[in-house]
Design a protein around this ligand. Sequence first.
Ligand code: URA
Length: 438
Amino acid sequence: MRPQEIIAIKRDGGELSETQIQAFIAGICDGSWADYQISALVMAMFTRGLNERETEMLVREMLNSGELLDFSDISSPKADKHSTGGVGDKTSLIIAPLVAACGVAVPMISGRGLGHTGGTLDKLQSIPGYNVSLSKAEFRTVIEKCGFAMAGQTAEIAPADKKLYALRDATATVPYIPLIVASIMSKKLAEGLDALVLDVKTGNGAFMQTLDDSKKLAEAMVRTGEKFGVRTEAIVSDMSEPLGQYVGNALEVYECIKILRDESEPQMAQTTELSIELAARMLKLTGVCGSLEEAKATALEKLSNGEVLDKFKQNCTDQGGDVSVFDEPEKLLNGKIEQFEIKSDRVGFVGSVDALTIGEAIVEIGGGRALADDKIDNAVGFRCNLKTGDRVQNGESLGTAYCRDRAQFELVSEKLLNAYTISADPVSVPVLVKAVIQ
Ligand code: URA
């Protein structure tokens, strides 16, 4: 069947058959479908819809378009978590060593930041020497040695998604749940996992902004994971304000190391809470712990007795990184960076800290990417000194901008101040975990 005949079926609201979806994905991979034909079919899917059967076939074909990792010879259970992305979302750096310290292998394939949302690979690369470009053999060796590895996606995993995602990005067809499910799950299901925990963000710093849409996405991904034989759970978590204290690549690694060293500050509490929540679900799903309560207690103990710090140090050595940052985290803040305060001009309570605005300000000063191949500056960022619900005095610092110079600060100072709303009345702290989908 020619591409235009398949496009016409979906354009007219029809249901695609298995053979037609196979032809579409094969055509993306072998280059026989032109970009305009792929884009036309994706737009037809976006406007006419994909049912559950079509979505499942799309996941299967995208997954099988590439290589499937096989860790069946590693005897421990295998688990990973995936976050749909946000501002200051750094939990992977705590979860991977934490879950590995509990005896679960974590083959964590991560991404780079794009737009206002950060990416684990960029954060890791602020550790001097840390290698995120591992070959398949190196990835396996690191997992065998220390229980977890963190690296970028190779060209062999779900190659159809790479092309499709770039075209969706350029044709305004990203925000459609079946296409998001196919994109995320085709990559995660290739990791050879027993269990997967998804963290779907909600709020203005997330790409699913309403709780209702975030729940629908979480439900669709959980159903898909289970259909493919991977025990899957999801939580929907708050992304209306940045997670934890710091935003910016090196600063976020700094926050994680401070937590692992048991030198946490109060504004870092959300980072710990969410990491424990997600890690505990991975421990429960893999059967390493019998209940969520037991898993949370185990995770907390490993975190506070230094085992997780040791695990990350071991992994850092195995991936070529400078392990001294774990003993002297302040080293991560070195470089020609100046700090500038954002001060409140009134007394009251912090009503909100707009995650999207802060994420966009960081992109503007070079800490994130506007385009996929932009270079980034790992050292710049922002520290939230006060968070939603905190009492504030007139002239008190709401946050600290880490900039290269004053000119850079002046570019974003107004934006950063406007990210905060101040209320005369007390404000309640946002609930972090808004829904659980099992
Ligand atoms: N992240 C992905 O990997 N794919 C999507 O479609 C959306 C977010």
